[in-house]
Design a protein around this ligand. Structure first.
Ligand code: HEC
Ligand code: HEC
Length: 428
């Protein structure tokens, strides 16, 4: 994977037929080259009436016309995903097939502070279940006290993310990404680097892990290695699937009462051409491109949404400039991944650096077509950032409409996910 694509070719078709029936699919536009269809438009949301909702249509979440591919797909281990209606099975690497035993081991490791060199932090320290595995902080502090520059992502449906994290195109799988919190040295997260034997020794000495590792990797004489730790963690994170929000019950489960009138008004706004939200947060996951079992065409996009504009070149704050840090292409200044909006009501503060406190503030930034920072080191008008996506052109909402949109985003919260015992801390 070397090329970064600027367009999400399948974007417009990634809405399921039930949403297509709503007339909610927009023009095939997703990348930064896409036309600003409704620059400066007001949110009148014509033609998005909800009355035509066909909740009986079979879900086809990736819009390939190949619905029903909700089995194990690329993973033929026969793992029982118990997928929500409308969801494809996650993509699974061939060398790490899913098993219930690996998932159980991964769940223990996820919550085990013995995984950090100084035994102070686990994955769960920055990824808390009741916050959809975000942490409520602007940016987190690693186990040795170093502050990270990026906001802790929530892990809702992280198994579908491709690539992983806010702006690193070189992390195609969970197995790759998990190397970062384990071994990163600048800044340190769990700090395992240089302490590998010590950490593995702690696990090996615990009878609980003797059993869990043996069950997860029965073919190995000595399963205690970071390779297996990563595989188990990735398997666990892959099961963090959230798809039982009121929106899902309405759209995929035929419950026409699941959304209130106000939520439906917000839904129409979200999918309107004036607001453009669904061109970047699209498909069953309300996110940028997803990868799942059976994905034929892997494409992804990063966008500059006009949060900063420090100089004539549209600079973002040094040390947190997005895709450009990986590609060194000036056009990639400020480009980040469009994170899933599922469970978004509980995952604030928002954006790659946690610099936006509330959803109300997020929407006002999009309304303005970018963020104005009056004073201080980051002063500047993001709305005129030369690298800003044409899809962030600005629009006008009444207070009522803004509230409706926020309430709709709240209907993407899946309370079952936030409380599901399968994802909880097994040590509590
Ligand atoms: C010190 C806090 C911290 C710890 C500890 C931590 N993470 Fe994270 N996690 C983050 C931050 C910050 C990001 C966003 C990173 C970025 O974009 O550069 C992130 C991103 C992720 C993502 C990417 C999600 C996506 O959709 O792309 C996954 C998966 C993840 N973490 C899993 C884990 C696992 C598993 C562990 C334990 C091995 C862990 N994290 C430990 C802070 C942390
Ligand atoms: C041009 C593509 C694009 C459009 C259009 C767009 N978004 Fe986003 N959205 C993004 C990207 C990229 C990010 C992350 C930006 C960053 O962190 O710098 C984001 C972040 C967000 C976040 C915060 C996510 C988090 O986990 O912190 C919310 C909420 C959000 N968008 C909602 C919306 C809504 C509502 C609309 C429509 C009014 C919208 N977006 C339109 C691309 C887009």
């Amino acid at each position: 994977m070397t090329a970064r694509l600027r367009s999400c070719s399948a974007a417009s078709s990634r809405l399921g037929p039930s949403l297509l029936a709503l007339g909610l699919a927009g023009a095939p536009a997703c990348g930064d080259d896409a036309p600003a269809a409704s620059a400066g438009g007001t949110a009148t949301s014509e033609g998005t009436g909800t009355s035509g909702l066909d909740t009986t249509a079979g879900p086809d979440p990736d819009g390939t016309g190949e619905s029903g591919d909700s089995g194990t797909g690329g993973d033929d281990s026969g793992y029982e995903w118990n997928l929500p209606p409308g969801f494809p099975a996650p993509w699974v690497p061939e060398d790490n097939p899913m098993t219930a035993e690996k998932v159980e081991l991964g769940r223990h490791l996820f919550y085990d502070t013995r995984l950090s060199a100084n035994e102070t932090q686990s994955c769960g320290s920055c990824h808390e279940q009741e916050l959809a595995f975000a942490d409520g902080k602007t940016t987190p502090t690693g186990s040795t006290g170093q502050v990270l520059v990026r906001n802790s992502m929530h892990l809702t449906n992280a198994g579908y993310s491709f690539p992983l994290t806010w702006a690193n195109p070189n992390l195609p799988t969970l197995e790759h990404q998990i190397m970062v919190p384990l071994f990163a040295e600048q800044p340190v997260e769990l700090g395992a680097s240089g302490h590998e034997d010590e950490i593995l020794g702690r696990l090996r000495d615990d009878p609980l892990y003797q059993d869990l590792f043996a069950a997860a990797f029965p073919e190995l004489d000595d399963p205690f290695s970071f390779e297996r730790v990563r595989q188990a963690l990735a398997s666990f994170v892959r099961t963090m699937i959230s798809g039982n929000s009121p929106f899902d019950r309405y759209t995929y489960q035929g419950d026409t009462n699941a959304l209130t009138e106000q939520e439906l008004r917000g839904l129409e706004l979200f999918f309107s051409e004036a607001l453009e939200c669904h061109h970047c947060h699209f498909g069953f996951n309300f996110s940028g491109a997803t990868r799942h079992a059976g994905t034929v065409h892997e494409s992804f996009a990063y966008h500059n949404t006009g949060l900063y504009n420090l100089d004539a070149d549209g600079a973002y704050p040094l040390g947190n400039q997005g895709l450009i840090e990986a590609t060194f292409d000036p056009d990639d200044m400020g480009a980040f991944r469009a994170q899933t909006l599922r469970n978004i009501a509980v995952t604030g503060p928002y954006m790659h650096d946690g610099s936006v406190e509330t959803l109300d503030e997020v929407i006002r930034i999009y309304e303005r077509g970018g963020r104005l920072i009056d004073s201080g080191p980051n002063a500047g008008d993001g709305a005129v950032n030369p690298h800003k996506s044409g899809l962030v052109a600005g629009f006008t909402l009444t207070d009522q409409e803004r509230e409706d949109l926020i309430v709709f985003l709240g209907s993407l919260t899946d309370d079952d996910f936030l409380t599901d015992p399968r994802f909880s801390n097994p040590f509590e």
